[in-house]
Design a protein around this ligand. Sequence first.
Ligand SMILES: Nc1nc2c(ncn2[C@@H]2O[C@H](COP(=O)(O)OP(=O)(O)OP(=O)(O)O)[C@@H](O)[C@H]2O)c(=O)[nH]1
Ligand SMILES: [Mg+2]
Length: 453
Amino acid sequence: MNQTSKSNSGETLSIYIGTPAVNLAVNTWELLTLEHGIKPDGTVQSISEDSFSKLKDPSSFFTQTKSGKNVPKALLFDLDPFSLNEVRQGVYRTLFDSENLINGKSPATLYSIAYDSGKIYLDKILDKIRKMADNCQNLESIMIYSSLNGGTGAGVTSLLLENLADLYERVDKIGVNFYPSKTVGKNHNYMDYNLGYSILNVLEFLDVSIALDNETIYKICEANFGGSLVYYSSVNRVISQYISGLTAPNRLEGALKIGLGDLKDYLIPSPQLKYLVPSFAPLTSAEKVYQKENTVYEITDSLFSKGFSLIDCEINKSSIIAGNLYYRGDVMPNELAQTLAEFEKTLKFTPASTRNFNVSLNYFPNTYVPGGDMGRYMRSCCSLINGLEFVKVLGFLKERYGETLKTNAFQHWLKKYDENFEFFGGDLNNPLKKLDETIDLYEKNETEIIEEI
Ligand SMILES: Nc1nc2c(ncn2[C@@H]2O[C@H](COP(=O)(O)OP(=O)(O)OP(=O)(O)O)[C@@H](O)[C@H]2O)c(=O)[nH]1
Ligand SMILES: [Mg+2]
């Protein structure tokens, strides 16, 4: 257990690009507003309703206006107008800064179409981001949510990241990315070209990529919350609880903190090894939450077990490079230290690893969302692990993209919008080369002490 922390609770901007990201934004801010006692219109509930409000400082994620309204430091963009119109007509219609809800005229489908269409909105998006950044005392990170295989997710995110690279060179860019799922879209799909383009561009620009997979989270919902009909809102609420846990140290008082600005330093041994597996425990349904009290040991054990990661990845099956654990609720530091010492002894680590998890601890439990599947847990934890198991995910991306490439599927159509495959540096094989390089680098960590660590 590593107790040092240099977190200073700087501010974070949240940028949501494309349909899944925009939909997720609504559920995430639903939870963050509840957690900070903020009403859907951004005004604050009376102090008496929450006597701990002083210990919950929303200013790293919300900007407070002179009239006392809390406005998310967030920008939502989709080329498809539908998702943004839903936000404009929904419960949170007055929460977001209306100027930061920006949409195009139709979904893009393909990276190149999205990249070109995105240029029309780029100046406006950058201007809004600049305004939010100017309002920050100490901008610590920019979280960018997008799907790797959506057209908008690939094309517009890449266009934006290219521009943010110079403008906000020193600010960490934390990607929260939807990766393709194992069975959905497995028949050679044009979306695989979006994935290939994202591998070369989106992922290249990010400092960190937190990997999510819808299918895995669907299964989590089915297995833990009952019912065979899982809606996107259920999936999004699981992700939102995770995001709340991850960002808790920046928003809530706690004994130990890991700020979002610490992620890169703590978890990324070299720039290419930036892939992080998120897990959350417990996953008890809201109805059963009073029947089962999870101990610190059980929660920690779950984080390393199958069925608790938000992407199909069994992290305890391979060596771990580094990991952050974010506990909240009723967790005693002594018990935690003992538990972690056990796991640090028994889990596999790479030779260069310090074998110590970085730990954040704050005493506010998670917040229950009325009507939601997940409960308010006496104690819970979310984790971010950089480990060798991710090589399997990279291998799956290689297989998925490689198989589509082999069939030449959709390439005639592709050429119409990307003559000579310029977006791919002239060669559609480049994403495969990139994946091979990354896999090699990861595997080297299994056996060698790499210099940068
Ligand atoms: N978790 C989650 N996934 C969603 C949601 N809405 C859509 N998706 C998934 O996200 C994937 C990508 O969505 P797209 O709309 O194709 O992505 P995009 O980035 O908007 O790109 P284009 O629509 O092609 O311009 C879809 O295949 C859906 O499976 C949502 O609310 N939550
Ligand atoms: Mg879309």
